[in-house]
Design a protein around this ligand. Structure first.
Ligand SMILES: Cc1ncc(COP(=O)(O)O)c(C=O)c1O
Length: 467
């Protein structure tokens, strides 16, 4: 067995053994470790490689593994890095994106925070198979073209439809990488970027990191308001709009049919790019998913962004930008400066995954599961917290967006909830300017099972009573 947990366990055992021994002492042989701990040779060699990388041991091929000479540690146990404060002083401090989900929640916590699927909803077996088939290709470790593998580009082009072709697609490292690249490509530091209010905090962070100034444009329950969008372009002179017309994060809103054309026309009239973040295209709950704006765009106004991390796994960091004209050439140039190309084995695995008929089956199952979870959480909240206002029961995506009653503060609820065994995301980071009211974003995809969602609503109610 060589799974992550057996490696971690062996590393912990060896670490304490190393602490008892002196520098230069020899560790038991691999054969001894296999026999003593009932693990396989791969687990042993990975555990030793980890300890060697930490500097705790050194390996001498043909001789064995030895405790490394200890580096002197300062009294507090932490290395003295205060020199860095001087070295970094006066440098631009890039804005940090809020951490939506700590890496480990306390045991027993129900996760209503975070923006990815629980492992039980991820196509783990399909991903494993896809990765194994990808690894067996003779060219798996060759260089990949800067724009991405042509088969993968074709698959992404087909996903959006219209007359989009593979030549319009640039493969990226997920949606966040694409956003960060795009904002740097189409605007200069100091420029305004129009955004829906509320919006995705990661987009705000990427825009600010590129030196841009996010300017809010109000939405209603039919999405971005074209009249106010036109005003915002006129007032700011912005040449860039970032929006999510389909299953908007955090509200779940879908831009209404009659507004879809209008919004593109307003951006075109302003001579601006419209970045369509279509992160939730494959997260519909069973109803019709509208055509992406880019499918009906003939002049390169719309730059479209999609990603596989949400419907598959956060570690399948593969996304795509669809763009036409000089902006695509600029993005390709940036790719060659930033990181040359996206790792080929991951691209090959994405091709394998999207090409198997089981992928479509996974999407259908996922859609049903999301719809069920969404309904369970919405019903439980209506029962347990009737004075919280649910913006809408969304027809796609992973979240509910709720307005808190006036007597509750966002900070109180988000700080009390963990003690009651539930984690939530505050609404504040979603607003580019002053929030109009206190909100929470509650996800229904990160919990282990639907029954946990009803329990989470009861825990939230208990947490609010404690305020
Ligand atoms: C609206 C939106 N866009 C883009 C992303 C980035 O996702 P990823 O980088 O995992 O593809 C997210 C992630 O939460 C998101 O919510």
């Amino acid at each position: 067995m060589s799974d992550g947990s057996s490696i971690e366990t062996l590393v912990a055992i060896l670490r304490s053994e190393v602490a008892r021994l002196s520098p230069g002492d020899r560790l038991p042989s691999s054969r001894d470790l296999i026999a003593r701990h009932g693990v396989g040779p791969v687990t042993v060699s990975r555990a030793i490689a980890l300890l060697a990388a930490e500097g705790a041991v050194v390996t001498r091929p043909g001789s064995g593994t030895y405790v490394a000479a200890r580096r002197p540690r300062p009294a507090g146990g932490e290395p003295d890095t205060s020199w860095q404060e001087v070295a970094l002083a006066g440098r631009h401090v890039p804005p940090a994106a809020p951490d939506e989900q700590p890496e480990r929640l306390p045991p027993g916590t129900v996760a209503l925070s975070g923006g990815y699927l629980h492992e039980s909803l991820q196509p783990t077996r399909l991903l494993g198979g896809a990765l194994a088939r990808a690894a067996r290709r003779p060219d798996a470790w060759h260089r990949a073209p800067a724009a991405g593998l042509s088969t993968l580009r074709t698959l992404f082009a087909r996903q959006v439809g219209g007359d989009v072709g593979p030549e319009d697609v640039l493969v990226t490292g997920g949606g966040q990488g694409a956003l960060s690249m795009l904002f740097r490509a189409v605007a200069a530091p100091g420029d305004p970027v129009l955004v829906e209010s509320p919006t995705y905090p990661g987009a705000l962070a990427a825009a600010r990191s590129a030196g841009l100034r996010p300017v809010p444009v109000p939405m209603d329950d039919r999405g971005l308001r074209p009249d106010l969008l036109a005003d915002a372009f006129a007032m700011t002179g912005a040449r860039l709009l970032y929006c999510q017309p389909t299953f908007h994060n955090p509200t779940g809103t879908v831009l209404a049919p009659e507004r879809r054309r209008q919004v593109v026309d307003v951006a075109r009239a302003a001579g601006a790019f419209l970045v369509e973040d279509d992160f939730a295209r494959l997260l519909g709950h069973g109803g019709l998913v509208p055509r992406p704006l880019v499918a009906d765009d003939g002049d390169g106004t719309v730059v479209h962004l999609g990603s596989l991390t949400k419907p598959a796994s956060p570690s399948l960091r593969i996304g795509a930008v669809i763009a036409r004209g000089p902006v695509m050439r600029r993005l390709l140039g940036m790719r060659r400066v930033d990181d040359f190309f996206i790792a080929r084995p991951l691209q090959e695995a994405a091709v394998e995954l999207l090409s198997t008929p089981a992928w479509e089956r996974h999407l259908r199952t996922l859609s049903g599961a999301l719809q069920q979870r969404c309904a369970v959480l919405a019903d439980a909240l209506a029962r347990e917290l009737p004075d919280w206002t649910l913006h809408r029961v969304p027809e796609g995506g992973l979240h509910l967006w709720l307005r808190l009653p006036a007597h509750l503060s966002e900070a109180d609820v988000t700080s009390t909830a963990p003690a009651h065994g539930v984690s939530v995301n505050p609404g504040r980071p979603h607003f580019p300017a002053e929030p109009p009211a206190a909100h929470l974003r509650l996800g229904f995809a990160a919990a282990a099972e639907p029954a946990e969602l009803a329990e989470a609503a009861a825990r939230l109610a208990a947490a609010t009573r404690a305020n």
